[in-house]
Design a protein around this ligand. Structure first.
Ligand code: 6R9
Length: 566
């Protein structure tokens, strides 16, 4: 059997019941991701297998077996229940990539809570927007982030509990609790919440063009997709040592940084430290990593540091490489083949899809620069942007759309059912990305169909940045757009008009940049601010970001018939 047949074979007669069977799930059964990722693996006899091998930036390491993960997630679940929290309440995880984050994720799910992971890099305003929208009841965090939470606590009446995992001896205020996961008595048995397929599980916030970030709401049944895509696309096998670079604040860090590998009973390694080529290679060498899920921005940095560094390390353990989050350029695929002897396999998906939907399947011939073909069981196409009719003649650029019905599609946006309904046209889920399909059925990414900025794989909404800019006393109006960048693909550039009495100068530019970094996050911070006398607007007064963006990218501005003259 050739590798090509592998994909074709899996395509034939594909049914998600394949995954249900492997997971021992039958329609109408209870299904709990927390249980599947720990208790079930122990039941299968792998309790002593390492689940998590963790290292921090200092090189301090810890290791947890599946039995540890089972017991410690029980311990967290019990603790959360003892605080009086109930199933369905939103419980936020606002931590670095420490073991408590991974194990706490399962703990919250085990007691029936809706887990809301957020990047620890978020500033107080980004944090507030998301906790306020979700009416979050409790937040797990670290000592160093308590000041951010305190700053907004008064404006969050529903936030009853702040749980600090490393408080040890430091003074806490009312409603703040110290909880040391490994020091409290371990809970060997916990009655896992009997969640059903449609019970809400994870709430991930993702950015759009208009309005504040949207809470993408997943359900426990998403496991069916996440388990099988992890097994087939990441090609996970029992003896693998798997490394996913993503932070669980991002959907890749939960779907494939927790749920995928652990429901498959795989050993995963986590490095809680920023990017550093030598450090990363040493990590792969030390832990004998076999499967690596990374992202184009990191790959571009690895490329920049060259092949000499590769030659200095033993990376021979690597067997399969995948990438997600942004377009993976052809050069990166070719380079990785030369440098590691293995190509990166591109995978395309979204927070909303919950799992990989278009991909370079293992063994399938890779066309460098293409995202590959739909995962078996997925019907993917491109639609005409005018009437949402199928538009998939080879080479035609249209909107990437998927036929709904796969298990991990989100069920709604929190508090925003209309926004969710708007994602569906003519019976298709419309992703908001543009691509073409070639004669062999391979998808070629073209770009996003909205103004969302994809910086290093992270989506940043212009509205959130512009709203924050307006809070600065000097700013009258603003527009945030993407500007090209050799490493991050895109970075934020802001166009700003000033209020009367303020003058353009470098200090002001730096001050505004820092203002955004602290309020939102380092990624949302504009890398450049251009002060302008006015912004291009439509006759109805909407800022035409497209005009500004085209200017940055040296592209034609397109139809500007609605542009208002000054
Ligand atoms: C998993 C994730 C989704 C958006 C998506 C698209 C971009 C993701 C991509 C890609 C080109 C790929 N994107 N994978 N673009 N090639 N392989 O990234 O989720 O944060 O919701 O972002 O990211 O624009 O619509 P999310």
């Amino acid at each position: 059997m050739t590798d090509q047949l592998m994909y074709e074979d899996r395509l034939k007669g594909f049914d998600w019941s394949i995954s249900e069977k492997e997971l021992g799930y039958r329609k109408g059964d209870t299904i709990n991701i927390g249980w599947h990722c720990s208790d079930r693996i122990c039941k299968l006899g792998h309790g002593r297998k390492p689940a998590l091998i963790w290292e921090d930036f200092l090189g301090t390491g810890k290791s947890f077996t599946y039995d540890d993960v089972r017991i410690l997630s029980n311990t967290i679940a019990r603790y959360v229940c003892d605080l009086g929290l109930k199933p369905g309440e939103r419980i936020c995880l606002f931590m670095d990539r420490i073991p408590e984050l991974y194990i706490g994720f399962l703990g919250v799910l085990k007691m029936g809570g809706i887990v809301q992971p957020l990047f620890s890099a978020f500033g107080d305003e980004s944090l507030w927007t998301r906790l306020n929208d979700a009416k979050t009841s409790a937040i797990f965090t670290q000592k160093k982030y308590v000041p951010k939470v305190r700053k907004i606590r008064d404006k969050l009446p529903e936030l009853r509990h702040v749980i600090v995992v490393d408080a040890a001896g430091s003074p806490l205020k009312e409603g703040e609790h110290s909880f040391a996961m490994e020091e409290v008595p371990r809970v060997d048995h916990f009655d896992v919440f009997p969640s059903m397929a449609e019970t809400p599980s994870v709430l991930h916030y993702t950015s759009g063009t208009t309005g504040q970030p949207k809470g993408a709401q997943h359900v426990h049944y998403s496991l069916i997709s996440q388990y099988l895509t992890a097994k087939w696309v990441l090609d996970l096998r029992p003896d693998d040592i798997y490394w996913c670079n993503a932070d669980p604040g991002w959907v890749t860090g939960t779907s494939y940084g927790i749920i995928g590998p652990w429901s498959n009973g795989i050993t995963q390694v986590v490095l809680d430290s920023g990017f550093n080529t030598e450090r990363w290679y040493a990590f792969i060498q030390k832990h004998r990593v076999t499967v690596w899920y990374s992202a184009p921005t990191a790959i571009r940095l690895l490329m920049r540091d060259g092949k000499d560094l590769v030659a200095k390390c033993d990376l021979s353990s690597l067997r399969h490489l995948c990438s997600v989050g942004e377009p993976l350029n052809a050069e990166a695929v070719i380079w990785s083949k030369e440098a590691y002897g293995l190509p990166f396999h591109d995978t395309f998906w979204q927070t909303e899809t919950g799992c990989i939907v278009v991909t370079n399947f293992p063994g399938m011939p890779i066309k460098a620069g293409s995202m590959g073909r739909p995962f078996p069981g997925m019907t993917a196409t491109v639609l005409d942007p005018k009437n949402f009719e199928q538009y998939d003649a080879p080479g035609r650029v249209g909107l990437i759309a998927l036929r709904p019905g796969w298990p991990s599609l989100i069920r709604t946006y929190w508090n925003n059912p209309t926004g969710y309904a708007n994602k569906f046209k003519n019976g298709w889920y419309v992703t908001g990305d543009r691509a073409s399909i070639d004669k062999d059925g391979y998808f070629w990414f073209v770009g996003r169909d909205d103004d969302v900025i994809n910086t290093g794989g992270h989506l940043v909404g212009p509205f959130e940045i512009e709203s924050a800019l307006l809070e600065h006393p000097a700013v009258a109006e603003s527009a945030a757009v993407a500007k090209p960048d050799p490493v991050n693909m895109e970075v934020v550039k802001a166009f700003v008009t000033l209020k009367k009495g303020y003058e353009v100068n470098d200090d002001l530019e730096l001050e505004i940049m820092n203002f955004i970094r602290k309020k939102l996050s380092p990624l949302a911070m504009p890398q450049e601010i251009e002060f302008v006398p006015s912004l291009p607007k439509t006759r109805s007064g909407k800022i035409m970001r497209r005009v500004l963006r085209a200017q940055e990218w040296g592209e034609p501005v397109g139809d500007i018939s609605t542009l208002m003259e000054d």
